[in-house]
Design a protein around this ligand. Structure first.
Ligand SMILES: NC(=O)c1ccc[n+]([C@@H]2O[C@H](COP(=O)([O-])OP(=O)(O)OC[C@H]3O[C@@H](n4cnc5c(N)ncnc54)[C@H](OP(=O)(O)O)[C@@H]3O)[C@@H](O)[C@H]2O)c1
Length: 488
């Protein structure tokens, strides 16, 4: 793998007064600067947004956001904002404002002696992304003597046709090599380590197939409800909001073949092959759920239908569990279970690989089921690491077994904090590495897989807030002799 470096550039955030900029982008940029790379390369940040703010006011807003965000560095935040952050007002659809932005950028590049390398981060509501791109193109901002990269946030369409239309529109102005679609799950250290774990450790890679793996489960559980996003969520639901993107990305990283090299294109191609090998999902293998209120004296958690912005008759799912099969030589016959939901007991993201039991049981005196299968748990949240579970004999004369685990925790092993996903991803945009970004083909193929589930009549099973989802989801795995695996 060739080490790439950050080249001097302008980092232009469109929609810079939003929540994403304040909570994620500015802290990530500030941390990258503390590693020295951005500082050395004289990278500057230009915020652009609707409000008519002075540069000073935007710098103060950025500073206040940074100091309240628990950024790791405590000193010189204010000076950093002063030296590196600029602001430009950009009203919706106004060509004149974009022309002024183009002049502003050209002047900055000239006075600060920067090559015309530009990153445009579209931190905007998806509805205004197409016009914004058109205006950037019209004012010549997407053409330069250096490189231009554009970062997009999800959602990338809401079904196959809208995703394809969006991609066609993007490709009118940009090459795919300039487009960085963010899925922040891919920026997590464990996802990258999953690649390292699989392809640097032959003992696991040789077990990673239908001969030894009995099932794979991917769980993304959230303890929060829909919060202030009720209206959005009613339109989206868990399948669109989580499964089509985050869970499917994890699935393809777990299921992919060994790439011929660690280059972005090779990895993307292998992930896409997995996605294309998935058999159509049967409706009987999908369970939809919706949370209802939970109450004890003195405390009550609202049910989904009571949340602000949610129509009282909404049939949108806040939970989904499904089973699918990757129809290839490696995985044929191995069930992959995906599940995600809101208002579950805790926030947890994990992949559980359950290995097949021994073909012959030599401990004949044991009760059936008293020996559990070997399992590899890959944790992404709340902590990051791996845990390999196996059976051991308990001390004493009789032959009794219990479960124990070999555990590797990133935080404990390496100390300190792991980089935030946005830090990893922003740096990758800066060095031009697309490995951890979503391709046009991936989004379209993923929509193709899930689209049929949006149009068939669906039953939505209720579950109490704070429980692990509807009992029908347990039945989905139990009918295959499995159970949902949880945490270490
Ligand atoms: N926030 C997150 O943690 C998060 C996480 C993942 C993905 N995203 C995605 O990132 C994008 C931005 O999210 P956000 O939470 O930062 O959104 P936001 O807070 O609603 O606003 C983003 C920016 O867009 C501007 N804006 C809103 N409506 C506009 C319009 N009609 N014309 C021009 N500008 C408009 C806002 O200006 P005002 O400040 O004047 O309102 C703000 O500068 C969205 O696509 C979202 O789905 C966000």
């Amino acid at each position: 793998m060739k080490e790439r470096v950050v080249e001097p550039h302008l980092f232009i955030i469109l929609g810079a007064t939003g929540d994403l900029t304040r909570r994620k982008l500015l802290p990530a940029l500030f941390h990258l600067r503390t590693y020295g790379e951005l500082e050395k390369q004289n990278t500057l940040i230009v915020g652009a947004a609707l409000p008519e703010l002075s540069e000073e006011a935007f710098r103060l807003w950025s500073y206040e956001g940074l100091s309240g965000s628990g950024t790791r560095a405590t000193t010189d935040l204010r000076q950093w904002c002063q030296d590196h952050v600029y602001y430009h007002t950009l009203r919706e659809g106004r060509l004149a404002d974009y022309e002024a932005l183009a002049k502003f950028i050209a002047r900055l590049e000239m006075t600060r002696n920067l090559p015309q390398n530009r990153i445009f981060y579209l931190a905007l509501p998806p509805t205004i992304v197409p016009t914004t791109l058109e205006l950037l193109d019209q004012t010549g901002l997407l053409k330069s003597h250096g490189w231009v990269r554009v970062v997009f946030e999800k959602p990338f369409g809401h079904d196959f046709h809208s995703a394809r239309a969006l991609n066609m529109r993007l490709h009118r102005y940009l090459e795919e090599s300039q487009i960085y679609r963010i899925d922040h799950y891919l920026g997590k250290e464990t996802v990258q380590n999953l690649l390292a774990f699989r392809f640097a450790n032959p003992i696991f890679e040789s077990l990673w197939n239908r001969d030894t793996v009995e099932s794979v489960e991917i769980t993304v559980a959230e303890d929060l409800g829909v919060e202030h996003r009720g209206a959005y969520y009613h339109e989206a639901g868990a399948l669109r909001d989580m499964v089509q993107n985050h869970l499917t990305q994890l699935l393809t990283v777990v299921g992919m073949e060994v790439p011929t090299s660690f280059e972005a294109a090779e990895i993307q191609a292998e992930k896409l092959k997995v996605l294309r090998s998935i058999s159509p999902i049967r409706t009987q293998d999908v369970v939809f759920g919706q949370y209802t209120a939970w109450a004890v004296p003195g405390q009550r958690i609202l049910g989904y239908l009571e949340e602000r912005g949610v129509p009282p008759d909404s049939r949108t799912e806040t939970y989904v569990a499904l089973k699918l099969e990757i129809h290839n030589w490696r995985w044929r016959g191995v069930p992959f279970y995906l599940r995600t939901g809101k208002r579950l007991p805790r926030k947890i993201t994990q992949v559980a690989v359950t290995f097949r039991p021994a073909p012959i049981q030599v401990f004949r005196s044991l009760e059936p089921g008293s020996l559990t299968s070997n399992r590899l748990l890959i944790m992404l949240q709340p902590s990051e690491g791996f845990s390999l579970c196996f059976s051991v004999k308990t001390p004493g004369r009789s032959f009794k077994f219990t479960d124990r685990a070999l555990r590797f925790d990133y935080g404990q092993a390496f100390g300190g904090e792991l980089p935030e996903a946005y830090e990893t991803l922003l740096r990758d945009v800066m060095i031009g590495d697309q490995t951890l970004f979503v391709t046009a083909d991936f989004t379209e193929t993923a929509w193709r897989l899930y689209d049929p589930l949006f149009v068939v009549p669906r039953e939505v099973h209720l579950y109490t807030a704070g429980s692990w989802g509807p009992k029908e989801a347990d039945a989905l795995v139990e009918q295959d002799g499995q159970s949902w695996q949880l945490g270490w």
